[in-house]
Write a protein that binds this ligand. Structure first.
Ligand code: B1M
Length: 211
């Protein structure tokens, strides 16, 4: 019988096939779904997060690990009651209007999910109206916006202004990130936080909900 440690190691190595096989064996043998997630899949992803933060792992490896983890979660999730999932909060995340870059944003979504949040990833090219609609629909604790172009980062300001005009700004914490974005810019446009990478984003989300 495979151990949870082997699953964690499979995630760290980004070995999707191995993770899929071992998770299925554990499911078939009756291991608690939440144990597989917390002590196997997420335990592995936490190590990946630390290594990425320290510069010991790079984007392609992190993406492979994230994919392996997602595949494992996909097998286990149908077996879990939503009420069993220990969600520490909900995050809506998207890339702003005019911007099609999503690799970094997806990485952030994965890391935030690994930190225990329910994540609604609304995709790319998201206008301020669509972000507002997503907030109304999902009532998240946090809205995360990503921009990779100097020409699209002002969309973040535009969205914050739009949320104000719709009476939604006080209902949600807003965090931003992406290559051209800085802490100073975040302060200038009235965001609640900025993070430089995916691990820092997960930490920031935890901080903002007091987890
Ligand atoms: Co584009 N592109 N691109 N591109 N692209 C950049 C961003 C660029 C810096 C390349 C360059 O010129 N050196 C440049 C922007 C220049 C600028 O504005 N200053 C650029 C350009 C100009 C363009 C086009 C305009 C090119 C053209 O068509 N002439 C065009 C624009 C299209 C559009 O969006 N409308 C374009 C297109 C593309 C591709 C489609 C080909 C592709 C995107 C594929 C995809 O995402 N599915 C692409 C890519 C891959 C890149 C580079 C090479 C890599 C980006 C990436 O994925 N990095 C990029 C150059 C570079 O960055 N070296 C470039 C890896 C990723 C993990 O990092 O996205 O930074 P990153 O995310 C990090 C952090 O930024 C942070 O955490 C992530 C993980 O640690 N982070 C957040 C990101 N979002 C966050 C949100 C948070 C918190 C942290 O909270 C919510």
């Amino acid at each position: 019988m495979p151990s949870l440690k082997e699953i964690a190691e499979g995630v760290i190595k980004g070995n999707e096939k191995l993770v899929k096989e071992k998770v299925q064996v554990l499911i078939d043998e009756g291991t608690e779904p939440l144990e597989i997630i917390n002590q196997g899949l997420m335990a592995g992803m936490n190590v990946v997060g630390e290594r990425f933060k320290n510069g010991d792992m790079f984007v392609p490896e992190v993406m492979m690990a994230a994919r392996a983890m997602s595949t494992g979660i996909g097998l286990v999730k149908p077996l879990i009651n939503d009420s069993d999932m220990l969600s520490v909060g909900k995050v809506v995340i998207g890339t702003v209007k005019g911007d099609l870059h999503d690799i970094g944003k997806n990485l952030v979504a994965m890391m935030v999910e690994s930190a225990g949040f329910e994540v609604v990833n609304v995709g790319i090219d998201i206008s301020s109206e669509k972000f507002a609609q997503a907030i109304r629909e999902h009532s998240p604790d946090i809205l995360g916006m990503s921009a990779m172009l100097t020409t699209t980062m002002m969309q973040m300001k535009e969205t914050i202004e739009h949320l104000k005009s719709e009476g939604l700004r006080d209902k949600v914490k807003v965090i931003i990130g992406g290559a051209p974005v800085t802490k100073q810019f975040a302060e200038e446009i009235g965001a609640d936080g900025y993070s430089v990478d995916a691990s820092a984003a997960a930490e920031l989300c935890k901080y903002l909900v007091g987890a």
